[in-house]
Write a protein that binds this ligand. Structure first.
Ligand SMILES: CC(C)(COP(=O)(O)OP(=O)(O)OC[C@H]1O[C@@H](n2cnc3c(N)ncnc32)[C@H](O)[C@@H]1OP(=O)(O)O)[C@@H](O)C(=O)NCCC(=O)NCCS
Length: 191
């Protein structure tokens, strides 16, 4: 696919990071392959289309409320990425179909960053979420970011199971959990 410059995923799931903006191919545990690459403004339609394939429940877990669509302001935000303070990568199938997206936005102190992630339901539990988080963590670590944080609904089993695997700290308030994860711990996630 366009932008893919190196095969960097091994059959055992090992990923070797390339230069930070370089696309990389990941071999998933189930034998499938996805390409991880930075999101660009040209991904606008792909993001709208991907949102359409996200189940109502996944949309609710991602946005913390039922959602029929993305607002124009959200779409603008999701596609206006400087890849420095606001870093966003997507996962695509070999035919270019988007199946996952993850981002972080750096805090004012430049030591932490807020993360958000969504994987299309039909492709969940394949290791794509982990691969995206790992990629973000590689970029963040090079930028000197120490902690990722996110606000997660208390009933989000998948996200909680994911963060249970790393040394995350969770603080509960009114149905949401504020989660803090050392970036270094995300880098230890197996694919
Ligand atoms: C959370 C989310 C991004 C995980 O993505 P994913 O690609 O399915 O995650 P992975 O396949 O990498 O799984 C990583 C781990 O998460 C856990 N997990 C994933 N899906 C799970 C599920 N349905 N139930 C329980 N645990 C689950 C498991 O521990 C899994 O590891 P394992 O496969 O070795 O058991 C995805 O479920 C999603 O998009 N949910 C809706 C949006 C959302 O909740 N976003 C987070 C709020 S910011």
């Amino acid at each position: 696919m366009a932008g893919l410059t190196a095969m960097q995923g091994a059959a055992d799931g090992t990923v070797t990071a390339g230069p930070s903006q370089e696309a990389l191919e990941i071999a998933l545990r189930d034998g499938g392959v996805v390409t991880l690459r930075p999101v660009t403004p040209e991904d606008r339609e792909r993001i709208v289309e991907g949102f359409g394939r996200l189940s109502p429940e996944s949309r609710r877990l991602r946005f913390h409320e039922p959602r029929q669509s993305l607002t124009a302001a959200e779409l603008e935000f999701l596609t206006t990425i400087d890849q420095d303070r606001h870093v966003s990568w997507c996962a695509c199938l070999p035919d270019g179909t988007g199946v996952g997206i993850a981002r972080y936005v750096i805090d004012a102190d430049e030591r932490g960053a807020e993360i958000a992630i969504a994987v299309i339901d039909a492709h969940q539990h394949r290791g794509i979420g982990r691969a995206l988080l790992r990629r973000l963590a590689e970029i963040a670590q090079a930028r000197g970011i120490v902690t990722f944080h996110a606000t997660v609904l208390a009933e989000n089993r998948a996200m909680l199971a994911l963060i249970e695997r790393i040394s995350a700290r969770a603080v509960a308030t009114e149905g949401v959990l504020r989660i803090e994860v050392p970036v270094a711990a995300v880098l230890t996630l197996p694919l």
